[in-house]
Design a protein around this ligand. Structure first.
Ligand code: SF4
Ligand code: SF4
Length: 374
């Protein structure tokens, strides 16, 4: 049985040790980081910087606790993410969302460089072949993967597997572009965008959200650069009229490709050099890369910590399955019923396949025991 430490968000004693920051500090001491990290060893603290309007990320106060715990064993942490938008702009987003050297107590750097193409090709598997792992992740000997658990337009559930897979793989590769970067997963089994002119009101929200600036309107007709488009699905998600669709998606292969990419990233580390912290807080329906943060659909649950990827993901999902949909949220709009799988009902994606495939690939065990930190 793999150990998964759990600290509830609920407060029963009004003192620092019962706060989320205090409990995280206790968890990190309990797992004993000296078992994982050597003095002077560089340790990446992988997080997601969010977007200009998406503030429900792992908060800087928690990143700082992880940084301090790593420093306490003599290792050298840095906080990192891979480029989503232009690198300089993304560092500004991090700063705006409160993630900077002063707040987290360690350098904040882009793992795949300012242009998002600083990476190293790594063997993945039968679906992806090779994939471009960000060099700052590839070369570092140890890592703590801090993941904000939430829903996701394409993955259904976004946790540690997705943070490793999409999050540690570079946006694009210097020689082959997005096809061996993050887009390699997004485009799995996807067809071409379809525009329904009769529904379109020319609001241009799709054009505004495209991260690659690939959408254009000529003579009031939608067009997009098919070669540039990596099928991220954002334009389909924001269209208020349902005028853009992306038919032909192969959800099963996509979920499996996430686990395969996670395996490729982990293959660059020796055993027992990667830890995972999942934050089951502010569980909104969409990814933190969207231009705005929705209200949570599930109440705050707590923080999980483990050295087993599969165990922490399984434990996270098991906890989500026991929650009620929150009122005045998308879950209520969509009439999600008590007792149902809320994230599945919202996105209709078979996200459990991520975890099952990760276990099949030997990335951990779904058999876990919860150790409560109260
Ligand atoms: S799916 Fe839409 S938003 Fe995403 S890259 Fe393609 S055109 Fe742009
Ligand atoms: S978001 Fe939808 S309605 Fe608005 S311009 Fe794009 S396709 Fe048309």
């Amino acid at each position: 049985m793999s150990k998964v430490f759990f600290a509830s968000t609920r407060v029963t004693k009004w003192k620092y040790s019962d706060s989320m920051a205090g409990k995280l500090e206790t968890m990190l001491k309990t797992i004993d980081l000296s078992q994982y990290f050597e003095p002077k060893e560089w340790v990446a603290v992988k997080t997601h910087f969010g977007s200009e309007g998406a503030h429900r990320i792992v908060r800087p106060v928690f990143l700082r606790k992880v940084v301090e715990a790593i420093k306490a064993v003599g290792a050298k942490p840095f906080v990192t993410d891979t480029v989503r938008i232009k690198g300089l702009d993304y560092l500004e987003v991090a700063n705006q969302n409160g993630i900077n050297h002063l707040s987290v107590g360690a350098p904040v750097v882009l793992a795949d460089g300012l242009y998002g193409n600083d990476n190293i090709m790594v063997r993945a598997g039968e679906i992806l072949g090779e994939i471009a792992v960000a060099s700052g992740i590839h070369d570092v000997p140890a890592m703590v993967v801090c993941s904000h658990v939430k829903g996701h337009i394409q993955a259904g559930y976004g946790g540690a597997i997705k943070n490793l897979a999409m999050g540690c793989v570079s946006g694009s590769h210097r020689h082959c572009g997005w096809r061996c970067g993050r887009g390699a997963m997004h485009t799995i089994g996807e067809g071409k965008l379809v525009w329904d002119e009769s529904k379109c009101t020319l609001c241009l929200q799709c054009q505004e959200i495209c991260p690659l600036e690939g959408i254009y309107f000529k003579d009031h007709k939608f067009g997009y650069d098919d070669d540039l488009c990596w099928r991220c699905g954002r334009c389909t998600r924001v269209c208020p009229e349902g005028a853009i669709t992306l038919p032909g998606g192969d959800d099963e292969t996509f979920m499996r490709s996430l686990s395969e990419a996670a395996m490729a990233v982990l293959s660059t580390f020796k055993p027992k050099k990667v830890l995972y912290v999942n934050f089951l807080t502010e569980i909104q329906p969409e990814c933190d890369c969207m231009p705005a943060a929705e209200v949570p659909v599930i109440q705050d649950i707590g923080i999980l910590l483990s050295d087993d990827l599969v165990a922490i993901e399984k434990a996270s999902v098991d906890m989500l399955l026991h929650q009620k949909p929150l009122p005045a949220s998308l879950a209520e709009d969509e009439k999600v019923r008590d007792g149902s799988d809320i994230l599945f009902e919202l996105h209709k994606k078979p996200y459990m396949l991520q975890i099952q495939e990760a276990e099949r690939l030997g990335l951990g065990s779904s058999q876990y025991e919860i150790i409560r930190i109260d």
